[in-house]
Design a protein around this ligand. Structure first.
Ligand SMILES: NC(=O)c1ccc[n+]([C@@H]2O[C@H](COP(=O)([O-])OP(=O)(O)OC[C@H]3O[C@@H](n4cnc5c(N)ncnc54)[C@H](O)[C@@H]3O)[C@@H](O)[C@H]2O)c1
Ligand SMILES: [Zn+2]
Length: 349
């Protein structure tokens, strides 16, 4: 098992290892005086792992109940949050009680947001069950739901009390969900760790627990320096600026990681085309994406992608911050005029 210490406004541990679900109750009891625990999960994850977690919580002296919703991004909405909050109120949850998020990023984002607003804020624990949630969404305290005008438009910063990543749960994931996580892992490598990048490309022969831990460390380091996303945390958006546009253009039929992969390939080629990046870098990134069964190109019109990129919430005034790789392991924030974005995207396509 690997333990990573996160030092944000609240300090917590991320534990990564096999079989952690069975000791979830005991681990949570060591840091919480809660009586009631609400397990928030979806209708794929709960049937697989809900019983193990429930039993473990009950054995540790908690009174667990559950809120299970239909899986998928479509349910990451305020209406689901409202139903969850109503159930917690009806079951007399108090301020010292706890939410446990058991699932992927959709479950984690929603459970965390509900925890941030129920009775003006209660504690929650993340138990990520997708690779993407393990390396990315379960750490860092960003919680949110979607609005009809866009993803994650309504949310809060609220750090979890503990993150338990049981690597055994990743065995039931579909290949596409593994690929989504790999895209984010390659992203961390391109941002600041060439060695990690090489290992993720070769992930089938690597120790996955160690790779997840390294990604969490990188996220921890970036987030501790900029918890509220006003500066360097933007580096984690590498591949996301154009990636989100690709996702939106596909009407979200393309998954997040696949959008990020395409966005990463586009920005890498653009950086090289513009003479900013080391020659050969884009090819290296494309090869790694292909090795992970991820896309590197898209047929969408560059003008449409530019328009969607500019309608993203992360622009300010006349400028937009592009996250640009200069070499594997070295990425910078590069401010350009909004008017230049189309040119950049064209260069990358
Ligand atoms: N808060 C953050 O910092 C942050 C960062 C990145 C992404 N996100 C959010 O995360 C979400 C995407 O997360 P995701 O990719 O985990 O999606 P997800 O939660 O929808 O999970 C993908 C699918 O896998 C299923 N699943 C989950 N665990 C499983 C398991 N162990 N075995 C079998 N099936 C399993 C789910 O039911 C779902 O159908 C998006 O909403 C995104 O906005 C948040
Ligand atoms: Zn992402």
């Amino acid at each position: 098992m690997q333990t990573i210490h996160v030092n944000t406004s609240t300090a917590y541990e991320v534990q990564i290892g096999q079989g952690l679900l069975t000791s979830a109750g005991e681990k949570i009891a060591a840091l919480s005086h809660a009586k009631r625990v609400m397990i928030v999960s979806d209708d794929i994850v709960y049937p697989l792992y809900g019983e193990t977690v429930t039993k473990s919580l009950a054995a540790a002296g908690f009174a667990p109940s559950s809120f299970v919703f239909q899986n998928g991004e479509e349910r990451k909405r305020l209406s689901t949050i409202e139903a969850l909050l109503e159930q917690m109120a009806a079951e007399h949850f108090s301020r010292s009680d706890l939410i446990v998020a058991l699932g992927g990023g959709v479950v984690g984002d929603m459970a965390g947001f509900a925890a941030s607003i129920f009775l003006r804020g209660i504690a929650y624990v993340q138990i990520p069950t997708t690779l993407l949630a393990a390396v990315d969404s379960s750490v860092g305290g960003k919680t949110a739901v979607d609005l009809s005008r866009g993803k994650n438009l309504c949310g809060a910063f609220h750090q979890p009390r503990l993150v338990l990543c049981d690597t055994d749960t990743l065995k039931t994931l579909k290949p596409i969900n593994i690929e989504d996580g790999l895209a984010e892992m390659l992203k961390y490598g391109v941002i600041c760790d060439a060695d990690l990048f090489a290992k993720v490309k070769n992930y089938r022969n690597e120790d996955m627990e160690a790779l997840i831990a390294r990604c969490v460390e990188i996220k921890r380091d970036v987030v501790s320096g900029d918890e509220f996303d006003r500066g360097m945390r933007q580096l984690l958006n590498l591949g996301h600026t154009v990636g989100h546009a690709v996702e939106a253009a596909s009407n979200f039929t393309l998954t997040h990681g696949h959008g990020v992969a395409t966005g990463l390939a586009i920005i890498a080629r653009a950086a090289e085309e513009k003479g900013m990046a080391k020659a050969g870098m884009a090819k290296e990134i494309e090869d790694a994406l292909i090795a992970c069964n991820l896309p590197t190109v898209t047929d969408f019109d560059p003008a449409l992608l530019a328009e969607l990129t500019l309608s993203d919430k992360k622009t300010d005034g006349d400028n937009i911050n592009l996250i640009v790789p200069l070499a594997i392991g070295n990425t910078v924030i590069h401010r350009i005029l909004k008017a230049e974005i189309l040119d950049f995207i064209k260069a990358g396509m």
